[in-house]
Design a protein around this ligand. Structure first.
Ligand code: NDP
Length: 368
């Protein structure tokens, strides 16, 4: 992979892939770039599977638009620029994207690459003076996360993490109910996040690129969900790891971790993060006066759920469409979302992930 990428990065866009797609006359047929201010003009970095979903969802955004691309695969740049009408001058690779600094068309870069690359890429984008939207997990540990927060602050740019659930209507209904006291004193949260992972050669099972295993990728939803559902920050964690396939899940790549968190009010959370069990996407919040149950709770939707008052009802819109319109309002208008999505929010999750790995290592409670 690395040598292929290095090879491809040495080639210019115009020498690779053109005949594969269409005639050169309509390649890079430019879209109209919106002027600065009303629309968040976004360059997507890393044109993989989630970026494909984000880009399709962004086609119906009201305030966010793809105007640039950053990729290590020239043929993808060609295909994507043809599909989204991106001008050639707004296409970059991983070696030359610092030049985005001089590109007045682009307000923000959305980083959708493997986790282990997020820190360096975020710092480079910040130094180029562009706002950063970075996928979860923001980094592979809290030290890296802090460096990212500091770099964005120093550069005077915003750092937002791709927490799409923070804008999902049914999730927000439950959070509002909890804030209004409708569940009474919160006592318990249960989060189950997992799927059965396939291809053993993928980056998600590579410690260097993934930073860990299921906890980094999917367990983070239970951590983040516990925090926004309970409405408090945990003060301790305990955790236990189970590994049934040490060949597929190598040292430092967790297959399954059960973890518990304690909150200042006395509420507790019991969670499961796994790459070995399918169909696990469930949140349960329990208070003295009521409950909320969501399943699926963090998948691409529609999210389904009920509370002690009945079924949760809200129109389903692609999460990434809502997310990008809301992020445009955060960046362009200074809007404050109900559940934060800034770098500090991402950093809180990284600190908890570090503590969970530590708790597994020492087989004991870790205080946060
Ligand atoms: P993919 O493997 O599908 O795509 C990652 C892309 O990153 C690649 O296609 C490639 O794009 C680029 N890349 C750059 N360097 C490398 C490298 N060394 N190895 C592999 N790819 C590289 O991953 P996903 O799209 O599923 O995940 C990307 C990020 O998005 C992760 O951080 C993940 O956690 C997050 N994610 C978030 C989701 C959410 O719901 N919020 C859902 C799914 C993922 P190119 O060829 O253009 O350079």
């Amino acid at each position: 992979m690395v040598s292929r990428r290095n090879f491809l990065e040495k080639l210019t866009i115009s020498t690779v892939g053109l005949p594969l797609i269409c005639s050169t006359s309509n390649l890079f047929a430019a879209t109209t770039i919106p002027s600065k201010g009303e629309t968040l003009r976004v360059a997507i970095m890393g044109l993989g599977s989630y970026a494909t979903r984000v880009a399709e969802a962004m086609e119906v955004c009201k305030r966010a638009k793809i105007v640039g691309l950053i990729s290590g695969t020239p043929s993808k740049l060609v295909a994507w620029s043809a599909k989204y009408g991106i001008p050639e001058k707004n296409c970059y690779n991983y070696e030359n994207f610092d030049a985005i600094k001089n590109n007045p068309d682009i307000d923000a870069v959305y980083i959708i690459t493997p986790n282990g690359l997020h820190k360096d890429q975020t710092i480079r984008v910040a130094k180029a003076g562009k706002h950063v939207i970075c996928e979860k997990p923001m980094a592979v540990n809290a030290v890296e996360g802090k460096e990212m927060v500091d770099a964005c602050k120093a550069a005077g740019v915003k750092l937002l993490i791709g927490y799409r659930m923070h804008f999902e209507p049914k999730t927000l209904k439950v959070v509002n109910m909890r804030k209004n006291g409708e569940f009474g004193k919160i006592m318990f949260f249960q989060g189950q996040s997992g799927f059965r992972i396939g291809d053993p050669t993928q980056w998600r099972l590579n410690k260097e690129l993934a930073g860990g295993g299921s906890m980094m990728d999917i367990g983070i939803y239970s951590i983040n969900g516990a925090r926004y559902m309970v409405g408090e920050e945990p003060i301790w964690v305990t955790a236990q790891e189970t590994k049934t396939d040490p060949v597929k899940f190598k040292e430092g790549v967790d297959e399954t971790i059960q973890f518990q968190m304690g909150f200042p009010s006395g509420a507790v959370a019991s969670c499961l993060s796994t790459y070995a069990v399918g169909h696990l996407d469930r949140f349960f919040l329990d208070g003295i006066d009521g409950f909320a149950e969501m399943q699926p709770s963090t998948g691409y939707g529609p999210i389904m759920g009920r509370t002690h008052e009945g079924e949760l009802i809200a129109e389903h819109v692609a999460h990434q469409t809502v997310q990008m319109d809301e992020m445009a309002a955060i960046i362009l208008d200074g809007k404050e979302p109900m559940i934060p999505v800034n770098g500090e929010e991402g950093l809180k999750d990284m600190k908890i992930i570090d503590a969970i790995y530590k708790a597994v290592e020492i087989d004991n409670r870790v205080t946060l």
